[in-house]
Ligand binder design. Structure first.
Ligand SMILES: [Ca+2]
Ligand SMILES: [Ca+2]
Length: 195
C-alpha cells in the first residue's frame, strides 16, 4: 500500500519496493481561480552530486532539456494547463542505470516552478491539490505520495521532494520548501548560473 508522507517525512524506496529499478515521478496541481491569465506550472529536476550541487547545465532537466544521465532520466514533456486529476508532468528515472553507470549522482531534486510568475503576478498561493508521488515503473504501484497542503503565498518555486541515495538505498524525502524568484532562484540554490 502506498505511503503518504507529510512535510519532512522520508522513506526508503528500496525497502518499500524490493528490487526497485525504475521509478515514475508524477507531479500534479490544479489552479485555483485566477484572473484568467494563463497559469502554467513546470516540473524540473536538478541532478546533484555529493555536495548537493548541479555540476553542469546538462544535469538540469526541464521542458527544454528533457533527458539526463545518458537517458536514465527522461522528462515526459510540458503540460501547459494542469487540467484534470492525476499526474500533470512526469519524470522517469532508471535507478539501476544510475547505480551502474552514474555513481557520482547522489540526489535528484524535484522542483516545480510557475512559468512567467513575476510577469503574471502568480504564486503557489494560487495552486491547489499539489502533490508528488513515486511509482514503481515495473508494476505501476504507487510507493509514496506527498500532498503539499501548506498555504504558500509568495513562493514561485517549490522543491516538492528529493530522491537520494544513502547506504546503497534509494530514499525519498517530502520537502515542500518554497522560494520566491522562480526557476532562477532554484538554479542558484543548486549552484547553476541561471544567466
Ligand atoms: Ca508546464
Ligand atoms: Ca491537475
Amino acid at each position: 500500500m502506498a505511503i503518504s508522507l507529510s512535510k519532512g517525512g522520508r522513506i526508503s524506496l528500496s525497502k518499500e519496493a524490493p528490487g526497485l529499478t525504475k521509478i515514475h515521478i508524477g507531479l500534479g496541481w490544479d489552479e485555483r481561480a485566477t484572473d484568467g491569465t494563463e497559469f502554467d506550472l513546470d516540473a524540473s529536476m536538478f541532478i546533484l552530486d555529493a555536495t548537493d550541487k548541479t555540476t553542469s547545465d546538462a544535469d538540469f532537466i526541464f521542458y527544454n532539456n528533457l533527458k539526463g544521465a545518458g537517458g536514465a532520466i527522461v522528462h515526459q514533456g510540458d503540460n501547459l494547463t494542469g487540467e484534470g486529476d492525476g499526474d500533470d508532468e512526469i519524470v522517469k528515472v532508471n535507478l539501476k542505470e544510475l547505480d551502474d553507470n552514474h555513481p557520482n549522482i547522489h540526489k535528484l531534486a524535484i522542483v516545480c516552478t510557475i512559468h512567467d510568475a513575476e510577469k503574471r503576478s502568480q504564486t503557489f498561493g494560487q495552486v491547489s491539490n499539489a502533490f508528488v508521488r513515486i511509482v514503481n515503473e515495473d508494476n505501476n504501484q504507487e510507493i509514496v505520495r506527498f500532498d503539499l497542503t501548506e498555504d504558500y503565498s509568495t513562493e514561485t518555486a517549490m522543491v516538492f521532494g528529493e530522491v537520494y541515495k544513502k547506504g546503497g538505498e534509494w530514499r525519498f524525502t517530502a520537502v515542500g520548501q518554497g522560494y520566491s524568484g522562480g526557476l532562477g532562484a532554484a538554479c542558484t540554490i543548486y549552484g547553476l548560473n541561471a544567466g
